[in-house]
Write a protein that binds this ligand. Structure first.
Ligand SMILES: Nc1ncnc2c1ncn2[C@@H]1O[C@H](COP(=O)(O)OP(=O)(O)OP(=O)(O)O)[C@@H](O)[C@H]1O
Length: 257
């Protein structure tokens, strides 16, 4: 088990965003977290990355309790995420955006040195090399000098993934990576996430694009009103009566048969 979520609850005032949610993720798998709007999926990401603390319950990463660990320590441990709304630096180049993503792994910090020592210069050169490799990995090497606001939407989402990869995650959390993508971009995204898995990185993905989720994920957990209503393989999830009723809807049932 790489990540274990045990009996996690999160209340916001009187609202129970998550109630007693338990699931665990195996090393190297692509795990989907799905459910209707407001089901608590992003809240779960916010708890795993310590943007919020659970009201109760436990989160462990490789058997270490990380429930109350600070966010930056969680990044250093090897958990990194992308956001539902793109959060790039719009006026920085694609390359610089990825270079910034490495800050948790560097000693002297990126782009800030005024009096640069030889070792800092070497480190910067290495940071640039790694960023170039990552841009190549996500298929954006020809756009390296473009500012991120000049990239197409699907490219910006891939750039976000490259930036997240720059922190050398063991577990990558993707929050609706296919949102707003056309069919070709979604198909490229599928290939990219599979390549990330092949690198040995575990992927936890929130996604509303059901055909993509069903094709991509090894296992899936389904939330509804903050509670887990099902967990299993894509086939098990597609045939789960409570999921069909709560989430997929009768109309869409045939689509996945
Ligand atoms: N910071 C917050 N303060 C108060 N309520 C919140 C906060 N964050 C989330 N919520 C509430 O918790 C519930 C779960 O929200 P969450 O964003 O986790 O759902 P979601 O499954 O990610 O939805 P979507 O698919 O629409 O992104 C919602 O009712 C939401 O309004």
């Amino acid at each position: 088990m790489v990540l274990e979520i045990t009996k996690v609850c999160k209340n916001f005032g009187g609202l129970s965003a998550l109630t007693d949610v338990t699931f665990s993720i195996n090393e190297g798998e692509i795990f989907g977290l799905i459910g209707p709007n407001g089901a608590g999926k992003t809240t779960m990401f916010n708890l795993i990355t310590s943007m919020f603390t659970p009201t109760s319950g436990q989160i462990t990463f490789k058997d270490e309790d990380i429930t109350t660990m600070k966010s930056h320590h969680i990044t250093e441990k090897g958990i990194c995420r992308t956001f539902q709304n793109i959060r790039l630096f719009p006026e920085m180049s694609a390359l610089e955006n990825v270079m910034v993503g490495q800050h948790s792994r560097t000693r002297s910090g990126v782009l800030k040195s005024v009096f640069r020592t030889v070792s800092q210069k070497k480190e910067e050169a290495k940071i640039k090399d790694i960023a170039e490799e990552l841009l190549d990995f996500v298929g954006l090497s020809t756009f390296s000098d473009l500012t991120s606001d000049n990239l197409a939407y699907g490219q910006q989402r891939r750039l976000e993934i490259a930036r997240a990869l720059a922190s050398e995650p063991k577990v990558l959390l993707l929050d609706e990576p296919a949102a707003g993508m056309n069919e070709t971009e979604t198909s490229d995204l599928f290939d990219l996430i599979k390549k990330i898995q092949q690198k040995g990185i575990t992927v936890l993905i929130i996604e509303h694009d059901m055909p993509l989720v069903m094709k991509l994920c090894d296992r899936i957990a389904v939330l509804n009103f903050g509670k887990k209503i099902a967990e299993g393989t894509p086939l098990e999830i597609q045939n789960h009566p409570e999921v069909i009723e709560a989430y997929l809807g009768k109309e869409e049932e045939d689509q996945y048969a």
